[in-house]
Unconditional design. Sequence first.
Length: 143
Amino acid sequence: MAPLEKLSIIVFSGSFDCVHYALATAAAAAATNIPVTLLFTMGAIRALARDETGGPRWKELTHSEDEGNGSVWDIRYQTNGAAGFEELLEACVALEVKFLVCEMGLRAAGLDDKTLRDDVPIEHGGLVTFLAGAEADGNMLFI
């Protein structure tokens, strides 16, 4: 089996655990020299947004299987030896994972550029941009 040429991930779910796993997958692939593009859309866009005080909105995300917000789950994950959300996000940035934010999803969520984090190199695009950057020998995931 030939190694992946590229990994393209559509991050659709606004659940903390799904976004966390998308970041973990992207970091693992990038660490093994596989180029990665993450397209954040719909509820997942909140993971790259800031709240009114400038704090990260991923802390507001809920878990898909249980109650509690992202802050609660992040502590739980770290206590159990899993990487924290900010640690994964920073690793993805350092490993040059490409972050795309879907323009349609941004509008649908009622967000704009001012609400997005400035410590993550976020590009704007959409499905056409995402698909144009996909590789024939790459894989695509939908989370």
